[in-house]
Design a protein around this ligand. Structure first.
Ligand code: GLN
Length: 308
């Protein structure tokens, strides 16, 4: 373990080391609006449960959290409807890309897990069925976790994704044909695209994610957002499914439960210790941040703070 004082230097050294990787990845151009983001952006923010924090780079700039939102969606959903969620979604790693359709057909419209697109679409459907105003309530949930009101959906990004969201549309339709979508297909897609479009800074996201480091309890308000058993399950799914067909690689190289998004963000936790968020928009072939993955690998290696 390095002493608290060294963390700033550790993060600065990491930034220097990953700098050559920043322009090597590819932005997610299947969402045209995301392709406009400057690929050389880089930020990393580390936040401990005792409130000490360390930051390097573009940590106060909002970016599209995309699939990282799936963790909040699942937490929000289980906090409202409990373990019934898992009747309609499995909890096994998919070993396939996040937007793959192949397993869905031979597994009768039941998604492999909640952190691939098909699973998050079913979570969205459940939220529509069980909540009065899921669009507003979800935003309120994230705002409460961050402790700030200035968190919004980015409608431009949501519209841009919807205009080209053919695969997600195919998935919802396929699941609807198996009876695993209750609501109107367009309504589910629109809400899902909004959920993915939430934009946050690294430091805001680290605050929101800290609830998972703190076993489901808010650090400031001490509110129990999810139970200990829900925390255990969500964290386990992050560990096994948070990086699609690169979940094994992430466990191997980084060794923290976490979640990535095609906006180039990665959020991870060390239970009972800290949350850490890195943002670098250039992605590798699996859709995970190239420099972000390397930065977290260096971080847990240098500090000796993985779960293993
Ligand atoms: N909104 C994106 C999609 O549905 C989220 C994917 C991701 O971040 N991996 O394709």
């Amino acid at each position: 373990m390095v002493s608290k004082m060294d963390y700033q230097k550790v993060l600065e050294d990491i930034r220097k080391e990953v700098e050559p990787l920043l322009d090597k990845g590819l932005v997610a151009d299947y969402i045209p609006e995301l392709a406009k983001v400057d690929i050389t952006k880089f930020g990393i923010h580390l936040l401990f449960l005792d409130d000490s924090s360390f930051s390097v780079g573009d940590t106060e700039e909002k970016f599209s959290i995309q699939s990282i939102s799936k963790v909040f969606m699942l937490a929000h959903c289980v906090s409202h409807i409990g373990k019934k969620v898992y009747d309609r979604i499995n909890v096994e790693p998919s070993g396939d890309p996040f937007n793959s359709l192949v397993q869905l057909e031979y597994e009768n419209g039941i998604p492999r897990n909640p952190f691939i697109n098909s699973g998050a679409l079913v979570v969205t459907d459940l939220l529509i069925s069980h909540l009065q105003d899921p669009r507003q309530q979800f935003l309120d949930f994230i705002r409460e976790l961050v402790g700030q009101n200035d968190i919004y959906y980015d409608k431009q990004i949501a519209r841009s994704e919807k205009a080209c969201g053919y695969k997600n549309a195919a998935m919802v339709n396929l699941m609807k044909s198996y009876g695993n979508i209750e609501n109107d297909v367009e309504e589910v897609l629109d809400l899902y695209f909004d959920f993915c479009s939430v934009s946050m800074t690294c430091s805001e996201l680290a605050k929101a994610f800290r609830v998972f480091a703190n076993h489901g309890k808010g650090v400031i308000d001490e509110k129990k957002y999810i139970s200990e058993s829900q925390f255990k399950r969500i964290t386990a799914i992050m560990q096994t499914c948070g990086f699609y067909d690169e979940a094994g690689e992430f466990a191997f190289r980084v060794g923290l439960p976490g979640k990535s998004g095609v906006g180039g963000g990665i959020a991870a936790i060390l239970p009972s210790q800290y949350s850490i968020v890195v943002w670098s928009p250039g992605l590798n072939k699996k859709g995970n941040s190239l420099a972000g993955l390397k930065a977290l690998e260096l971080f847990t290696t240098i500090t000796g703070t993985s779960i293993f």
